[in-house]
Ligand binder design. Structure first.
Ligand code: HEC
Ligand code: HEC
Ligand code: HEC
Ligand code: HEC
Ligand code: HEC
Length: 189
C-alpha cells in the first residue's frame, strides 16, 4: 500500500515538473517542439515579419520545417477566414463562413478549374480535405502526398481495382490526374 502511494506521488511530481517546464518555454520553442511531433502545424502566435512579409523575422528552424506557407496566414490576416483576429484558440478557430466557402473567397473555381470534368471534392469547395489553410511540411500546402493523399478516399473498398491500378501505375497519382479538373474523362491530364 505504502509503496504504491509513493509511486503515485513520484509520477505526479514528474508530471508537475514537466508541466511547469512546458509552461515556461517560449511560444516559439513549444511550437518548434510540437511541429517535430505532429504533422498538422500547431497554432500559436506565429512569429512573422511585418505585414506582407512572410520571410523576414520568421524563425529559421520553422522555415526549414515548412515547405509552404499561405500568404493570408503568414500576414496574420486571420480574420479573413476566422471571426476574430484574436489569437486565442477558441476564438480563432471559429470560421466566418461555412468551411466550403472559405477558400473560394479568393480562389475563384471558375478561374481555377479549367476543363469539362471537375473533381468532386474540389468542385464542392472541400479544399481543406487536401490543403492546409495555414502551412505545411509539403509543397502547395498539401496535407499529404501521392497515394497518402488520394488514398484518403480512393481505396480498394471504394474503387474496385485500385490496388491493381496502383501496382501498374505507381503512387504518383497527380502526374496523370489533375486533382482539380481536366478536359479529359477520369481527370486525365
Ligand atoms: C484572402 C485571400 C485568400 C483566401 C481566403 C485563401 N487563399 Fe489561398 N492563396 C492566396 C494567395 C494570395 C496565394 C498566393 C500566395 C501564397 O502562396 O501565399 C494563395 C495560394 C494558395 C495555394 C498555393 C500555395 C503554393 O505554395 O503554391 C494554395 C494551395 C491555397 N492558396 C489554398 C487555399 C485554401 C485551401 C484556402 C481555404 C482554406 C485558401 N487558399 C484561401 C489567397 C487566399
Ligand atoms: C485562408 C483562411 C484562413 C486563414 C487566413 C487562417 N485560418 Fe485558421 N483555419 C482555417 C480553416 C478552414 C480551418 C479549419 C481547418 C479544418 O478543420 O480542416 C482553420 C482552423 C484553425 C484553428 C483550429 C485548429 C486547427 O488547426 O484545425 C485555429 C486555432 C486557427 N485556424 C487559427 C488561425 C490563426 C491564429 C490564423 C492567423 C495567424 C489563422 N487561423 C488564419 C482557415 C484560415
Ligand atoms: C475527399 C475525398 C477525395 C480525395 C482526397 C480524392 N478524391 Fe478523387 N474522387 C472523390 C469522389 C467523391 C469522386 C467521385 C465524384 C467525381 O467524379 O468527382 C472522385 C473521383 C475521382 C476520379 C474519377 C473521375 C471520373 O471521371 O470518374 C479520379 C480519377 C480521381 N477521383 C482521382 C483522385 C486523385 C488523383 C486524388 C489525389 C490527388 C483524389 N482523387 C483524391 C473523392 C476524393
Ligand atoms: C483532392 C485533393 C485536392 C482538393 C480537394 C483541392 N486540391 Fe488544390 N491541389 C491538390 C494537389 C495534389 C495539388 C498539387 C498539384 C501538383 O503539384 O501537380 C494542388 C495544387 C493547388 C494549387 C497550386 C496551383 C495549382 O493550381 O496547381 C492551388 C492554388 C490549389 N491547389 C488550390 C485549391 C483550392 C482553392 C481548392 C478548393 C476550391 C483545392 N485546391 C482543392 C489537391 C487538391
Ligand atoms: C500513369 C498514369 C496514371 C497514374 C500514375 C495513376 N493513374 Fe489513375 N488512371 C489512369 C488512367 C489512364 C485511368 C483511366 C483508365 C483506367 O480506369 O484504368 C485512370 C483511372 C483512375 C480512376 C477512375 C477509376 C474508375 O473506375 O472510374 C481513379 C479513381 C484513379 N485513376 C485514381 C488514381 C490514384 C488514386 C492514383 C495514385 C495511386 C492514380 N490513379 C495513378 C492513369 C493513371
Amino acid at each position: 500500500m505504502k509503496r504504491e502511494s509513493r509511486q503515485i506521488w513520484i509520477v505526479i511530481g514528474v508530471f508537475l515538473l514537466w508541466a511547469v517546464q512546458l509552461g515556461c518555454m517560449s511560444v516559439e520553442r513549444r511550437q518548434r517542439l510540437a511541429v517535430i511531433f505532429f504533422d498538422d502545424p500547431p497554432i500559436s502566435k506565429v512569429k512573422v515579419g511585418v505585414d506582407g512579409d512572410d520571410s523576414e523575422g520568421e524563425d529559421p528552424v520553422l522555415q526549414l520545417i515548412y515547405k509552404s506557407s499561405h500568404g493570408p496566414y503568414m500576414q496574420k490576416k486571420c480574420d479573413i477566414c476566422h471571426e476574430s483576429e484574436n489569437y486565442s484558440l477558441s476564438l480563432a478557430s471559429r470560421l466566418r463562413l461555412p468551411k466550403d466557402l472559405i477558400c473560394t473567397q479568393c480562389h475563384d473555381p471558375e478561374m481555377m478549374f479549367k476543363g469539362a470534368y471537375r473533381h468532386g471534392p474540389a468542385n464542392a469547395g472541400h479544399c481543406f480535405k487536401c490543403h492546409s489553410p495555414h502551412r505545411s511540411k509539403l509543397p502547395r500546402l498539401l496535407l499529404a502526398s501521392g497515394y497518402d493523399l488520394c488514398g484518403r478516399c480512393h481505396t480498394e473498398a471504394t474503387v474496385k481495382g485500385m490496388d491493381q491500378h496502383r501496382a501498374e501505375n505507381g503512387d504518383d497519382c497527380y502526374s496523370c490526374h489533375n486533382p482539380h479538373a481536366a478536359d479529359n474523362p477520369k481527370l486525365l491530364r
